[in-house]
Write a protein that binds this ligand. Structure first.
Ligand code: HEC
Length: 168
């Protein structure tokens, strides 16, 4: 009798584990195909000021909207989260230094990333809270971009954002 019960418990547990493994595999593939899906969205033109006053205002906004908390104070970025060998999520370098987003970003790219949450490679940004930044009006957004463009170029190894670095 006990043997039979144990056998059934074994079968049920085995089945559950099998289901979990299956669910994990499905979610993994759905997740990575979502992560790799590209979005082609039209972007409005936002004028980017160049005067010192606007840049200062942009610095203030970048501080209260905590861009500088995640992208670091000098906007050089950092490796914010990593599971060695599996997943790494760098917060990218926004400056125009080597490896920095700013070295190749167009004005349109800035608007697309900050306001619409779509990165330079057309993929959705995961950690970037663009849903919050969506409410910045053109003037404020322009000032933030003007500030980022004004910071000294830094060379860091935090090149790419997003989940493009699975496995690295
Ligand atoms: C909660 C942390 C966080 C905050 C706050 C944040 N960012 Fe980001 N940002 C990230 C991360 C992480 C990435 C990498 C892509 C991803 O996974 O979202 C990123 C990516 C970017 C990118 C690059 C997109 C690309 O093309 O790869 C830009 C530009 C950017 N952020 C600008 C900003 C600006 C401007 C602000 C403030 C208005 C800001 N970020 C606030 C975490 C943050």
């Amino acid at each position: 009798m006990l043997k039979k019960v144990l056998k059934w418990i074994g079968i049920i547990l085995g089945g559950l584990i099998g289901l979990l493994v299956l669910a994990f595999i499905v979610l993994y593939f759905v997740g990575s195909s979502k992560a790799n899906k590209t979005h082609d969205i039209p972007v409005e033109t936002v004028s980017i000021p160049a005067d010192a006053e606007a840049i200062q205002r942009g610095e203030h906004l970048a501080t209260i909207y905590i861009c500088t908390s995640c992208h670091t104070k000098n906007l050089g970025g950092e490796l914010s989260f990593a599971v060695p060998g599996m997943l790494s999520i760098p917060t990218p370098n926004l400056t125009s230094g080597v490896g920095g987003i700013g070295s190749f970003y167009t004005d349109e790219d800035w608007v697309r990333a900050i306001r619409h949450g779509v990165g330079h490679d057309g993929r959705a940004l995961f950690i970037m809270p663009s849903n919050v930044f969506h409410s910045l009006n053109d003037e404020d957004l322009g000032a933030v971009i003007a500030y980022i463009k004004s910071v000294p170029p830094l060379t860091t190894s935090c090149r790419k954002g997003g989940l493009s670095s699975w496995g690295g």
